[in-house]
Design a protein around this ligand. Structure first.
Ligand code: SF4
Length: 284
């Protein structure tokens, strides 16, 4: 991690954006370069609320880290997020719909308590913003849900998933994200995380993974290659669509030439400006 404020303004690679480019270069352009707005789904907002509650849970005294207190944190967390983005209130037709949605969020919290007991944990940090620069000059950034450090110094990275457990594409994406964070921690602290733990709350399942140095070195080369490909496309504006079944979930389908649309004029590769951050959002 760096405190160099000049660096924090440089274009960086996050797991979400790297994943976008791998899935579809044009999707990357729409999100990271054009920065077109997207409408979050109820499931995505529920994920944000549950993450927020789990973060707050670890700020409570150990004896209060129980289901009841977690449930009490739900509505305040939702209100805070809605106050920041009032348009999210329009996702719900009436109070009953909102109550049902919150109840499902509460169900995810119940699942969390079946997977672990937060009273037995003392995380080093929650929602940790991490950043590092690879030797090749690629700047990596992202947020880790939780970092646990054992008394022996071993690091465990934890990621909460509020969707269903991984199947094919999902598992690959989740491991890509966790390897990304493992690499950032390793390169910034010089300590290889001992374990990456994915907690799938909807299915009450955990997936633990132990990274090794050779694998992370290979992964580092993969990220370099992705970033070089992004820069090449960024210089020319040649971000090609890569149609797949995931197009059905793409907010920008009406603008996509693969579906008969016309993208807006290419705005050019973003130059970092003082006081701004680029190519990073909190969707990891
Ligand atoms: S609709 Fe499909 S091909 Fe087009 S930008 Fe979206 S993901 Fe890419």
């Amino acid at each position: 991690m760096t405190n160099d404020s000049a660096r924090t303004r440089r274009p960086a690679l996050s797991p979400s954006r790297a994943g976008d480019f791998k899935q579809c270069p044009l999707l990357y352009r729409f999100r990271a370069v054009d920065r077109l707005p997207e409408t979050p789904t109820k499931a995505q907002v529920r994920g944000t609320v549950v993450h927020s509650v789990l973060e707050r849970l670890f700020t409570l005294p150990v004896s209060e880290r129980d289901r009841e207190h977690a449930h009490e944190l739900l509505r305040p967390a939702w209100r805070e997020i809605r106050d920041e983005q009032p348009e999210l209130g329009e996702l719900f037709g009436d109070e009953t719909e909102l109550a049902d949605w919150l109840e499902r969020a509460g169900g995810l919290l119940d699942s969390y308590f079946e997977l672990e007991d937060p009273r037995r944990l003392d995380p080093e940090s929650c929602e940790l913003r991490v950043e590092t620069e690879l030797d090749s000059g690629v700047l990596l950034r992202g947020f880790v849900d939780r970092v646990d450090v054992a008394p022996t110094g071993e690091i465990r990275l934890v990621d909460y998933k509020t969707g269903a457990a991984p199947r094919e594409v999902g598992e690959g994406k989740a491991l890509f994200q966790m390897k990304f964070y493992a690499l950032v921690l390793w390169r910034s602290r010089g300590e290889l995380p001992r374990q990456l733990l994915l907690m799938y709350l909807a299915d009450k399942q955990s997936l633990a993974y132990t990274p090794d140095e050779d694998e992370l070195r290979r992964f580092e080369r993969t990220l370099d290659a992705i970033w070089q490909a992004i820069l090449r496309a960024g210089r020319t504006g040649d971000f090609r669509p890569n149609p797949s079944r995931l197009c059905d979930y793409c907010d920008h389908k009406p603008l996509c030439p693969a579906h008969g649309g016309t993208p807006p004029p290419y705005p050019g590769w973003p130059e970092p400006e003082p006081g701004t951050e680029t190519l990073l959002d909190r969707t990891d």
